[in-house]
Write a protein that binds this ligand. Structure first.
Ligand code: GDP
Ligand code: MN
Length: 382
């Protein structure tokens, strides 16, 4: 897995001390500003989103822009993905909410459609069962497709070829603190590959076979597992002998090691695209995909990213962004020692704001067309 070699030997904490800004960008000497812009990481915000989520998406963009991205030294691109064409209204609203370059992509059929090796009746039986025991959204085909795309296919999208880093943003998230350093630069300069800000326990009934299949993958690809990886935090010890240890062949998982279902809450994540495009992650994804687990069960992208990152990366390349205040739904991370800002407008005001942006005559219609390369080279903003 390709890794950026840091120019110096600052520890990540020292890097943060040296690169946290307490002053607005305009106080930078112009030469310093230009140098920073010239050396910007190739990075983008990415969002998989439906047209119907326009209001929530605008809300998220305004948060990210205000807390982080509107600085002259940042202005990272936004790339929006959808399984359907985006509406004019959606494109106008979101492109008016940022002064960065925006791209709108329709996901290709191959990355979204249910693969032809899926047995439809087995899928129907599986989702009826999971629905009956209350596994959230398991009955929605689109939810399975969404989880599959987010697990491995997103990194293969053509539009992301020219980026090294992504930061995932969903509609209706809150960023509750200012972020006073360049998160992408932090990732690059410190040779990080994955950053998270919360870990949760999810409903393990959505992926009953995931751990067994992960063990099988490890057993057949021992050379892919990073020698400095740390999976201990994902295991709990049971009194039972490990069901997965069968015979010989030099594989020892240890007695009773079972996945504890702990996972990075992938709703917020900053990651290296090289990592998610790597042969390790892609082989693991293929292995899971071929098993049908995205449809017969409801494999989620959070446990898959978590297991992959914890297997294939050395622990030091994974970073806990404990300082990024964040919430989505019932999950919230509120760092101590960082002042919390207002949560943004109430729902009615959000709707009004989105409608205003959508109808404003600004840059909304100067959008970039789907995967049209020479149009793509043109910046939306002068
Ligand atoms: P949850 O956060 O796990 O409950 O999942 P959500 O239903 O909120 O889905 C996660 C995000 O993926 C949503 O906010 C949507 O933006 C996006 N998403 C989910 N399903 C679809 C879909 O069918 N099409 C598109 N374009 N986006 C989707
Ligand atoms: Mn959600």
């Amino acid at each position: 897995i390709a890794a950026h070699q840091p120019a110096d030997t600052l520890s990540p904490i020292d890097w943060l001390r040296e690169n946290t800004y307490n002053q607005p960008t305009y106080t930078l000497p112009i030469s310093k500003l230009e140098a920073l812009i010239a050396d910007k990481p190739r990075a983008a915000f990415i969002a998989l989103v439906r047209n119907s989520e326009e209001v929530g998406m605008v809300h998220s963009i305004l948060q990210v822009e205000a807390r982080f991205n509107s600085r002259k030294t940042h202005r990272y691109d936004w790339v929006f993905f959808n399984d359907e064409p985006f509406t004019e209204s959606f494109m106008a609203a979101v492109s008016n909410a940022t002064s960065s370059t925006v791209y709108f992509e329709q996901i290709i059929d191959k990355h979204w459609r249910m693969p032809d090796w899926i047995d439809k009746s087995r899928y129907d039986v599986g989702r009826q069962f999971q629905g009956s025991i209350g596994v959230g959204k398991s009955w929605l085909e689109s939810y399975h497709q969404m989880c599959r795309w987010n697990s491995g296919l997103f990194a293969l999208e053509d539009r992301l070829k020219n980026y090294d880093w992504y930061w995932r943003v969903e509609p209706d998230v809150q960023y509750t603190c200012n972020i006073n350093y360049d998160v992408f630069r932090f990732m690059r300069d410190n040779n990080m590959a994955y950053g998270f800000n919360m870990a949760i326990l999810d409903d393990a009934r959505s992926f009953p076979s995931l751990w067994e299949r992960t063990q099988t993958f490890k057993r057949y690809n021992p050379d892919m597992v990073n020698p400095e990886a740390d999976m201990r935090w994902l295991l709990h010890q049971t009194a039972e002998p490990d069901r997965m240890v069968r015979s010989g062949s030099g594989y020892h998982a240890g007695r009773g090691d079972q996945y504890n279902n702990c996972q990075f809450y992938s709703n917020f994540e900053v990651g290296s695209l090289d990592f998610f495009r790597s042969k390790e992650h892609q082989a693991y994804f293929q292995h899971l995909d071929k098993s049908g687990g995205f449809f017969y069960e409801r494999y989620g992208d959070a446990p898959i990213h978590t297991l992959s990152v914890s297997m294939f990366l050395p622990k030091r390349r994974v970073w806990f962004f404990r300082d990024i205040g964040y919430s989505h739904g019932i999950c919230e991370s509120c760092p101590p020692h960082v002042s919390k800002l207002p949560m943004g407008p109430e729902p009615d005001a959000r709707r009004i704001k989105a409608a205003e942006l959508s109808s404003s005559m600004g840059r909304g219609h100067r959008r970039i067309d789907l995967l049209s390369d020479d149009l793509a080279k043109k910046k939306l903003i002068p």
